[in-house]
Each structure stands twice: as structure tokens, then as C-alpha cells.
Write a protein that binds this ligand. Structure first.
Ligand SMILES: [Zn+2]
Length: 193
């Protein structure tokens, strides 16, 4: 489910990295967000068999990054201070990932794409760390929001024209809210509950 509007937000929302992160889910996420091509994804899938240590290292780094981003984005939407130590996992990846930007023609427009130097597997997280760093640097302009459904917890970037998007998605939380409000109006007793 990619509804965050920005790579780092979708990564933070993804259930694939909490608990016991799963290599296949991780690669599928990278494919769905176009961080890796389907061909590259297919090459990476068997890595836990050929090099379990390398796969484990990247997965635990991904889990650490996600935990940090949850704290960072949570503080941003609550307009609280972002602690320096939360930013460290982001900087760590930015620091160890060597690469360069390249202009890429994509779907009728020019995009600046980060091309990591091959080597370690940390480059798989480079684009996510960079996206997170950009969101933090943009500040209020990134329009980072938390879904208005208190039991949801998904973040998104509000780039709607009216700038009043409240839900991660209308289908998931918006309609549920509408249905609940409708039921409350229809049944006076439940209003008191
Ligand atoms: Zn939601």
C-alpha cells in the first residue's frame, strides 16, 4: 500500500520491517517503489540463501531506519523537536553510501535519480534515507500528516489541491469514518455510548 506520496513515508508506513523483517517483503517494497528494477529484484531475492549475513545486516539496518523515521515523522506532525540521535540512522546510511545523481528521462519528464556505487548492500536504503532527509529539510513545505483515524498510524504527504487531506486513504479510513458517523446519526443510543 503506497499512499504516503513520498518514498520515505511509504517506507515508514510499511508493515514489512517491524517485528521480524522479511527479505522478500523488503525486496517487493523496493520493486513497488521503483528503487530497484524487477530484474534487479529477482537477482536480490535469493540473497538470504547465498549470503545470509549480508541480507540480515541490511534488514536490521532497515528496521533501525524505520524505527527512527517513525519517531522523526511523529515529532514533525506533532510539531515537536526532532532529537539528534533519531537522525543518526539516516545520516549513517547517507554517510556510507557513495554515489551520484544522474538525470533520467522517465514517463515524459526529467528526474534526478541517485545512482549508488555498487558494493555493499546499504545502497538499497540510500534513496529512502535521502527521501527522509529531504522531508525533514523541507519542513512545513513537505506537508507531512498523520491519518486522522487515531487507530491507523499511517503518515502521508498532503499534496491535495485543497491541502485538507485528512485520511491516509478514503477507502481505508475515510469511508470507515463516514460510515461510523452515519451509524451514529441513525442510532441515537449509540451516540451516548
Ligand atoms: Zn488511515
Amino acid at each position: 500500500m503506497l499512499l504516503g506520496g513520498r518514498l520515505a513515508i511509504d517506507f515508514t508506513n510499511s508493515p514489512a520491517f517491524s517485528g521480524s523483517p522479511n527479505w522478500e517483503d523488503f525486496i517487493r517494497f523496493l520493486e513497488a517503489t521503483h528503487v530497484v528494477s524487477p530484474e534487479r529484484g529477482a537477482q536480490l531475492l535469493p540473497l538470504p540463501q547465498s549470503d545470509p549475513q549480508a541480507a540480515d545486516d541490511v534488514l536490521s539496518r532497515a528496521a533501525r531506519l524505520q524505527e527512527a523515521l517513525r519517531k522523526i515523522f511523529g515529532a514533525v506532525v506533532r510539531k515537536e523537536k526532532v532529537a539528534r540521535e533519531w537522525v543518526e540512522p539516516v545520516n549513517e546510511i547517507l554517510r556510507i553510501t557513495e554515489g551520484h545523481d544522474e538525470l533520467v528521462w522517465n514517463d515524459g519528464e526529467w528526474r534526478l535519480e541517485f545512482l549508488a556505487r555498487e558494493g555493499g548492500l546499504e545502497w538499497l536504503l540510500a534513496a529512502i534515507a535521502r527521501s527522509a532527509a529531504e522531508i525533514l529539510v523541507e519542513g512545513p513545505a513537505a506537508r507531512l500528516r498523520l491519518c486522522a483515524n487515531p487507530s491507523c498510524g499511517l503518515f502521508f504527504s498532503d499534496m491535495s489541491r485543497t491541502r485538507r487531506r485528512r485520511w491516509c486513504s478514503m477507502a481505508l479510513c475515510g469511508n470507515r469514518h463516514k460510515v461510523a458517523a452515519f451509524a451514529r446519526r441513525r442510532s441515537p443510543r449509540s451516540r451516548e455510548a
